[in-house]
Design a protein around this ligand. Structure first.
Ligand code: PAF
Length: 280
């Protein structure tokens, strides 16, 4: 695997390549990321991954400074998995040589709801860096995890509206044995919190099984799941049942008629904020 830190070296490595498959990450790689790279390999050649902790997508009180930066460890994992041909790991000066005053602004109805409501500016920061990374890598396909469901939709819509020649592929969320979705932020959890963390998936699964059993009152199901977690010491930001196609609230009729739905959740356990979702 080649490790490059500059856009110029990246372009040198990729000259003439027309089927690049790309996996953008912020590093601290786990099995979830490695699964994205395996999928990328099935859909393009060569596979390029990036590691860049993107300041633009962190709020002023968020964990930008303490976000785990583990480049050598990440390189070792990628070398071992042998799916990635080039790793692009720019520093901030390379990707943001001047203040980034041009930004991608996702539409309010997608970018300012759910995660966007609790993390103002987050999806603008994500979209802006993804557009920049796409411009550096010029991939034919790019792979994102369903764990960040709203991010996946924002990126898809951005590509569609800007008519970018990139196909966006989604990978299923990779979970630990107890159901907890893999995430770099799981490492912030204390041991007892790590055990409790699996209850987020339990709460989403409760919604899923009740809908499968014929329940149609989304507000009640959301309330029950929120109360379940809050009573166990969580601080729930939201648990929301939404239409998969646009993340709008479904009507009772749509639920009855089998509209494809997803339940999305964000909740704090101690100092750690976790997100997860489940297609219903
Ligand atoms: O999902 C992530 O790790 C990040 O949001 C991404 C897509 C790499 C952009 O910084």
């Amino acid at each position: 695997m080649k490790v490059v830190h500059t856009i110029e070296d990246l372009r040198d490595q990729l000259r003439g390549q027309l089927r690049v498959a790309f996996v953008p990450t912020m590093g601290n790689l786990h099995e979830g990321h490695l699964a994205l790279m395996k999928l990328a390999r099935q859909h393009g050649d060569p596979v390029v991954a990036s590691i860049f902790v993107n300041r633009l997508q962190f709020g002023p009180n968020e964990d930008f400074d303490r976000y785990p930066r583990t480049l050598q460890n990440d390189i070792d994992k990628l070398e071992q998995a042998r799916d990635v041909y080039v790793l692009f790991a720019p520093d901030e000066k390379e990707l943001y040589p001047e203040p980034q005053s041009y930004r991608v602004q996702p539409p309010q109805e997608l970018g300012d709801i759910l995660e966007g409501e609790y993390r103002p500016g987050f999806f603008g920061g994500v979209s802006t860096v993804v557009l920049k990374l796409f411009s550096c890598v010029q991939p034919r396909v790019a792979v994102f995890g369903k764990k960040d469901y709203q991010q996946l939709m924002v990126v898809r819509n951005m590509c569609r509206q800007f008519q970018l020649p990139v196909e966006i592929l989604a990978h299923e969320t990779v979970r630990d044995r107890d159901g907890l979705a893999l995430s770099s932020r799981n490492m912030y959890l204390q041991p007892a919190e790590r055990v409790e963390a699996a209850q987020l998936y339990v709460a989403l699964s409760m919604i899923q099984s009740q809908l499968q059993a014929g329940a149609q009152d989304a507000d009640r199901l959301e309330r029950q799941a929120i109360d379940f977690l809050n009573s166990r010491g969580w601080k729930v930001d939201y648990i929301a049942i939404r239409r998969r196609r646009d993340l709008n609230k479904p009507t009772r009729e749509e639920i009855a008629q089998g509209e494809p739905l997803v339940a999305l959740a964000a909740a704090k356990l101690g100092a750690t904020r976790l997100i997860d979702n489940l297609e219903l």
